[in-house]
Design a binder for this molecule. Sequence first.
Ligand code: GYE
Length: 312
Amino acid sequence: LAVAGLSAISAAQAADLTVGFSQIGSESGWRAAETTVTKSEAEARGITLKIADAQQKQENQIKAIRSFVAQGVDAIFVAPVVATGWDTVLSEAKDAEIPVVLLDRSIETTNPDLYLTAVTSDTVHEGRVAGEWLAKTVGDRDCPIVELQGTVGSSPAINRKKGFDEVVAAHDNLKLIRSQTGDFTRAKGKEVMESFLKAEGGGKSICALYAHNDDMAVGAIQAIKEAGLKPGQDILVVSIDAVPDIFKAMMDGEANATVELTPNMAGPAFDAILAFKDKGTVPPKWIQTESKLYTQADDPAAVYKSKQGLGY
Ligand code: GYE
C-alpha cells in the first residue's frame, strides 16, 4: 500500500490535495465539533475537503466511500459508525490506490493494510479512567451503577464498556445493575435513564451513572431532576468527551467527572497524509490522542469558556 498509495497521490500537490470525509452524522455535540474542526484544519492546509453526512447509517458511509473512489480523491477519511463490515469497500479504495484514514473510531478487519492509520483515543483507557474515578470517589460504599452505552457495535461503546467493567470487577462494592445503549444522543440518554429510574423504584438506590458520552449524561441529568433526585449528589455522574455543556453541569453541581476527547482528530490525519504524499512517510497504524480527566475541582467555568467557538 505504501508504494501504491504514494504513487497514487504523489502526482497531486499539497495545495490541491482533495480529501473525501465520510462523517457519521451529528449525534452529539462532540461530533459536531469534530466536523467544524476538520473543516478549519483542511482550510489551514489548503486542502479541498468533501464531507458526506451518513445520518448514522453504515450503508450511507459505504456509498460515500464508493463515490469518493469514483471521483478519484487523493485520500479518504472515515469515522466508522460500527466496527465491522468495512473490508469490501475498503478493498475497493485500496485497489484504486487511495489511502484511507480512520477518525475517532476503529474497525475490526482481517487486513490492517486496508487503512493507512487510525487517529483515535484509547477508548478502553477512557473507560478505566472513568471507573477508577468512581472507585476512588465512593471508597468502600456499596455503589449500584447504571450505564448508558454508546452506539451498539461501535468501537468506543465496546471499549468504554470493557475498560469500565475491568474496574467494576476489581471492586466488590461497585455493582453494574443496568446497562443499555443511549446511542450517544441526549434524547435517547434521557429516555433510557427515565426507564432505569422507573425500573429502580424511582432511583433512590442508584449510586452512579456511567455514560459513554457527555451528551447522554446531559440527557440523563434532566431525567434524574424530573424524578426529583439531585444529579451529581444523589446519583454521581461520570462520562466522556469533555464537551462544554458537561462543564456547565459541573458548575451547577449536577455532573462530577468527564474524560476529555479532543475533537481535532483531523489535524494529525491531514499531517499523516501530507507526509505520506510528500515524503513517503508511512505513519504508525495508530495515532493516539490524549485522555485527560476533569472533575468539579478543575475550574469548570474556565474550561467551559475555553471550549467556546469550536462548533460544539
Ligand atoms: O465519544 C461521541 C460520538 O466516536 C469516540 O462518538 C467518538 C464518539 C464520541 O458520538 O460523542
